[in-house]
Design a binder for this molecule. Structure first.
Ligand code: ZN
Length: 609
């Protein structure tokens, strides 16, 4: 038993804030377990560095623990997200990661997702770990009934999400668990929802502007989300999975997967033709064959050569446009090689390979010719030898019909390449860049409100009217790795150093000292205090004091670089110096200065960073 004075419950009046207590952040006090070895699969380079530098730990492939330094970076991104979510009047919530499968059955997404983490509890209830929260938010808002009183609602959260990734090799960029900011918007009319959509896009652009990293906002397909309007936010990255096309002159920016509304028509060929068409095509055009998922349709895509070799012309075919142009007619499996596609089709249609009139043909089987916009239907019908047909099969042609649909684009089957003229402004040239996607905005319309019955009684006709929704997200944990990659050294430097954007760096300034004498300790503490009370905008500088006795100055300077702390301040070691040295490797700045000048110099460096 203790012998000290008995602790009593203290009266409320004696509660005081201990703000006078000095709480300097010392490097010694932060747990930075660098290079913990583990057996998990090797993720990407940046994640390896973040692991080695002690920001995160990977206990299993695709799973990460955030350690103190990583958590600081994450926390700063979250605070920045919070600020911009406040700017659009969004309320912060935190929904459970556990979602009942029945809810996903209702939205129709339960069967769609092979990457859903599903499980059953011991009461035999089926659950999943939510990869996104459209279902839960729609249901939450419906049950709350709050929308009956107001016409607009915006809710967001920053939380963990899950994806049963088969081969999680992307490190923090693509793990089984990830942290996301997701924002859901509810509006009573389509017009209001579109205005909201634009407002959210502006907020997202402001967020990425504040990060200070180069990014592109690109039109994108809404994929599984089922909306009609969607934008993505990308960082340039030569190893990135996505490709974004931007213009040198205007704001034209698109993911290559984005397909505009196509002005297309389908025409049945008068003759039953197969092989001859491809042969005839060879002089001016080249064809590439695909087969449909159900193997019933051979799709022969025709593009003009325009001075290119057959291989070049074939590899320039944009499979996203091919898929979109065939929508409603055939689902193309672009994973099957051309030779194999032909083999599958003709081997299951023996009559096509011989001039036999008795050959039986499955009436379901057909060939669809898909023409690039450069080959018009009249040209195709006139110049391609339609009379010389072998075998019998139904044949159709899908071609552009520019006048038919307003605001629709002709079928441009060519992948955009660097230097092409911009299709929007016609004067700029296109740049094609591999990227990493770090955010998206979706206008969902009534896809979820219709499934969950989220409606209100319209004033004019007292009829139930569905709410229009939007769903928007920023990959927060992905952003940690993507930001680190973006500023990664490009040369063959042996020692990796991080260059965090100043707004998310774990600390902004490292005061490096040694505790050799009481005078030095006092000088270090005073420098820390002076910098810590320096304002950058409306916020205090984020300072770390590294006065570890067991490490040399050189070691501590290198450590600050490895952690990505942009500015280091240390006592001048040379005799005759002014007292302190301020270093900022990113700006190639190093100067000998008086102690009193340090805060102002650091302030100006922070502005330039
Ligand atoms: Zn342009």
């Amino acid at each position: 038993m203790g012998t000290g004075p008995l602790r009593r419950w203290l009266p409320k009046s004696s509660h005081r804030l201990h703000s006078a207590v000095k709480a300097r952040q010392r490097r010694d006090d932060i747990w930075v377990p660098q290079s913990i070895s583990n057996n998990a699969a090797q993720p990407d380079n940046t994640t390896v560095h973040l692991i080695n530098a002690g920001f995160v730990h990977q206990p299993n492939a695709g799973v990460f623990h955030f350690l103190p330094l990583g958590l600081r970076v994450l926390g700063k991104i979250e605070r920045l997200v919070d600020r911009h979510m406040r700017s659009v009047g969004a309320s912060k919530v935190s929904l459970s990661s556990l979602s009942r499968q029945s809810l996903w059955q209702k939205s129709g997404r339960l069967s769609a997702g092979g990457e859903l983490f599903k499980f059953r509890d011991r009461s035999r209830v089926d659950w999943l770990l939510a990869p996104t929260h459209e279902e839960e938010f729609t249901e939450l808002v419906r049950l709350s009934g709050t929308l009956r009183k107001s016409t607009q609602l915006r809710l967001y959260q920053i939380g963990r999400k899950y994806r049963d990734e088969l081969r999680p090799r992307g490190g923090l960029l693509r793990g089984k668990e990830f942290i996301m900011n997701d924002l859901y918007t509810f509006d009573s009319t389509p017009e209001a929802a579109l205005a909201t959509y634009d407002e959210i896009r502006t907020a997202y652009r402001n967020f990425f502007d504040d990060l200070g990293l180069p990014y592109a906002e690109a039109r994108a397909d809404s994929g599984d989300m089922g909306g009609s309007l969607s934008h993505e936010y990308h960082f340039p990255d030569d190893q990135g999975e996505d490709t974004v096309v931007t213009c040198s002159n205007c704001d034209h920016a698109r993911n290559v997967e984005f397909v505009p509304t196509l002005a297309r028509s389908i025409t049945k060929l008068p003759n039953k033709c197969t092989k001859a068409l491809a042969d005839a095509a060879s002089s001016i055009a080249v064809s590439r064959d695909f087969i449909s998922e159900d193997k019933s349709t051979l799709v022969r895509v025709l593009v003009t050569k325009k001075g290119r070799s057959d291989t070049e012309a074939k590899s320039s075919i944009n499979t996203h446009i091919v898929k979109a142009a065939l929508l409603g007619y055939a689902e193309v499996d672009t994973g099957i090689q051309e030779e194999a596609a032909r083999k599958i089709f003709f081997s299951t249609n023996p009559s096509l390979n011989q001039e036999s009139e008795e050959g039986r043909l499955d009436p379901q089987r057909r060939i669809i010719y898909l023409l690039d916009k450069a080959i018009n239907l009249e040209h195709f019908l006139a110049d391609f030898e339609l009379d010389e047909c072998l075998g019998e099969v139904e044949a159709w042609v899908i071609h552009s019909s520019p006048d038919k649909v307003p605001d629709a684009s002709p079928i441009d089957l060519r992948l955009p390449s660097k230097g092409d003229a911009c299709p929007s402004c016609k004067t700029g040239v296109l740049n094609v860049q591999h990227t990493i996607e770090i955010g998206h905005t979706f206008h969902l319309g009534t896809r979820y409100s219709s499934k969950f019955g989220l409606a209100y009684l319209a004033e004019q006709n007292r009829l139930p009217t569905l709410y229009e929704m939007g769903s928007h997200g920023i990959g927060v944990s992905r952003l940690v790795a993507a930001a680190a990659r973006l500023r990664a050294p490009t040369g063959k430097e042996k020692s990796w150093s991080l260059q965090w954007p100043k707004i998310i760096a774990p600390y902004q300034v490292a005061v490096i000292g040694s505790p050799e004498s009481p005078d030095q300790i006092q000088a270090n503490d005073q420098m820390y205090d002076a910098l810590e009370s320096t304002l950058i905008g409306s916020e205090r500088l984020d300072v770390l004091l590294d006065d570890r006795a067991e490490c040399s100055f050189g070691w501590k300077i290198a450590d600050a670089r490895i952690l990505g702390i942009p500015i280091a301040v240390l006592p001048a070691r040379k005799s005759g110096g002014k007292g302190w040295v301020v270093m900022c490797p990113t700006l190639e700045f190093e100067e000998d200065v008086q102690a009193t000048e340090v805060p102002e110099i650091v302030q100006s460096l922070m502005e330039r960073l």
